[in-house]
Design a protein around this ligand. Structure first.
Ligand code: C2E
Ligand code: CA
Ligand code: CA
Length: 557
């Protein structure tokens, strides 16, 4: 078939001997067979590539090249196409004379071309083994964690999808190292990587090479096939065995043992898809970490707590935008005169579904979710507005709680300055209360507090004596006051030694120019004892519970 265009482009005739020489010298494998398929001619590349010399190949059937990997239908189709005059192109895996397999892209063309009654066939073969190898390598990389050689997250997900399809019960054991960051920090990333590889090796040694996956970082998953949620203890036993095997056999550079925490979750009992199964195992793992218990199994209660956590996270935005959140004010009184010297601002949240949610619950959620910055600004703005309207010239101070997470924000002090300016208030009407904590020591909190102090705002350490009672570590902070935790106050009535100790601490605080406030004062006894050991101020139900303030909080602004 030749169109006018083809005619125009048709190459000049090639002399027959030149055409043959060209085929002979071609880089691709070329061979010609008769009508019955017997090889009658092969080029140099054929011999070089397949290992069959022309003398050996000629007279044979191309079957000598077959790898056995293609079924009879493949050859039947090939034969049926070419005998009807059609070209047939495909990828074929062939076998060399020495037995090695290779992949070629092959085109078989009947001669004369297009004839329904061909007399010969010519086959062209292009070696594509390298390409096939590269594709295989890519596939391997896509499913393998290159550091450890274990399957990666994607390969785990596909494995789980397969398990769902077959409706098989399965359990996931999610593990991570207890102090991976510490290992990296102390011994370097090389050692951290080596620790991960050692864990992977252990999985292989335990015969878990095909059930273990690394999800990234120091997170590993072992799939426990056939684990049944009705027999938690059996699976838990397997979980402990796996974990103990890792811990027993692995130590880090300096000889200290690696330790792992693990969370266990079952499907279909705990989850209906792969990602929720992983999430359930993750919740169990978080519990194991928090309680340092080693292995924990997912429970419905854990799930409910997480759901509530999530609801708090989501609803907090809405509550800030309008509704539910409000501020309460609790008096702080002079222990000598009984006069109200300050008010502490306390957040209140009435949730449409859960009712009252305590700040002790939602503040930590907001700290974890990063919402604490916005919530803190919300509180400061409203408290200062309230103060500006109601207490501007009262001489009463305003105490606002500030999370250490808020102090990680270098711009905290400048925002605070703006909020004060917006209400035309000087800094010295305000005190911020910060809980003594590890967070307070790191990440620039000191500088932020310095900047807060320069505004004239007081800085008070809250819950003093509840946890981290390290006076020394507080010496570097620009403090103006100390709030004794309720625990210290109740101890007062119980032991004389305790009273003396506390009197000493108060004396020390006074010598550094700090105000001292006792909190959680519930009885006249406590108030009197505090006064007698030199404490300046008191706060608690005895002096007055938190109240809504004289001004209703605006619902939205
Ligand atoms: P906190 O700063 O130590 O606040 C004192 C807590 O003790 C308040 O609980 C208060 O209602 C309660 N309380 C007052 N008097 C007494 C008493 O005589 N006996 C007893 N047993 N308790 C008393 P609340 O309001 O539930 O706040 C709990 C914690 O939540 C606060 O502890 C504070 O750490 C945090 N919080 C509250 N509001 C805020 C806020 O606006 N920002 C930040 N960052 N944290 C806040
Ligand atoms: Ca406080
Ligand atoms: Ca406190």
């Amino acid at each position: 078939m030749s169109s006018p265009r083809n005619r125009k482009l048709a190459p000049p005739e090639l002399p027959a001997d030149l055409a043959r020489a060209a085929l002979e010298a071609a880089g691709s494998v070329v061979f010609v067979t008769g009508r019955d398929g017997t090889i009658i001619w092969v080029n140099e590349a054929f011999s070089a590539f397949t290992g069959w010399s022309p003398e050996e190949a000629i007279g044979q059937n191309p079957r000598i090249l077959q790898s056995g990997l293609h079924d009879r239908h493949y050859y039947a189709r090939l034969w049926s196409e070419i005998t009807r005059g059609h070209c047939f192109s495909s990828r074929v895996v062939n076998r060399r004379r020495d037995g090695a397999l290779y992949t070629v892209a092959q085109t078989v063309t009947p001669l004369p071309r297009g004839s329904a009654n061909p007399t010969h066939f010519v086959a062209f073969q292009e070696d594509v083994s390298a390409e096939v190898e590269a594709a295989r390598e890519l596939e391997y990389l896509a499913y393998t964690d290159t550091l450890t050689g274990l399957g990666n997250r994607r390969s785990l997900m596909e494995r789980l999808d397969e398990v769902w399809r077959r409706r098989e019960p399965v359990a996931l054991l999610l593990m991570d190292m207890d102090d991976f960051k510490g290992i990296n920090d102390r011994y370097g990333h090389e050692e951290g990587d080596e620790a991960l590889r050692r864990i992977a090796r252990m999985f292989r040694d335990e015969g878990l090479g095909h059930s273990a996956y690394r999800l990234g970082g120091d997170e590993f998953v072992v799939v426990l096939n056939g684990a049944d949620a009705r027999d938690v203890s059996a699976a838990e036993g397997r979980a402990w065995a796996v974990r103990s095997a890792v811990v027993a056999r692995n130590s880090v550079a300096a000889g200290s043992r690696l330790s792992l925490s693990a969370g266990l979750a079952f499907a279909p009992a705990h989850a209906r898809d792969s990602s929720s199964l992983l999430r359930a195992a993750d919740l169990a793992l978080a519990r194991a970490k928090a309680s340092r218990s080693g292995v924990e199994v997912y429970t419905a209660a854990l799930g409910r707590a997480a759901a509530r956590d999530m609801a708090i996270r989501q609803d907090l935005e809405r509550a800030m935008a309008g509704g539910g959140l409000s501020l309460a004010y609790q008096p702080i009184r002079s222990l000598n005169s009984g006069a109200t010297v300050a008010l502490e601002v306390l957040l209140r949240w009435h949730h449409p579904r859960y009712g009252e949610i305590a700040p002790a619950e939602f503040i930590p959620v907001a700290e974890r979710s990063g919402q604490i910055g916005a919530l803190g600004d919300w509180t400061l703005a409203r408290a200062l507005r309230y103060y500006g309207r109601e207490l501007r010239h009262s001489g009463i101070r305003l105490h606002v709680n500030v999370s250490p997470y808020q102090l990680r924000d270098a711009l905290f002090a400048s925002r605070l300055a703006r909020l004060l300016a917006a209400e035309r208030l000087p800094g010295n009407v305000l005190d911020i209360e910060v809980t003594e904590s590890a967070e307070l020591q790191g990440a620039g909190a000191g500088e932020v507090l310095e900047a807060v102090g320069r505004l004239g705002v007081g800085v008070i350490i809250d819950d003093f004596g509840a946890g981290f009672a390290r006076l020394g570590s507080l010496a570097d902070l620009p403090l103006t006051g100390l709030k004794l935790d309720r625990g210290l106050v109740t101890e007062l009535t119980r032991s004389r030694r305790h009273r003396e100790l506390l009197a000493g601490i108060i004396g020390l605080a006074h010598s550094s120019g700090l105000r001292v406030i006792g909190e959680g004062v519930e009885t006249p006894d406590e108030a009197e004892l505090l006064r007698s050991i030199g404490c300046d101020e008191g706060q608690g139900y005895y002096f007055g519970a938190p109240h809504a303030g004289t001004l209703r909080e605006p619902v939205a602004s």
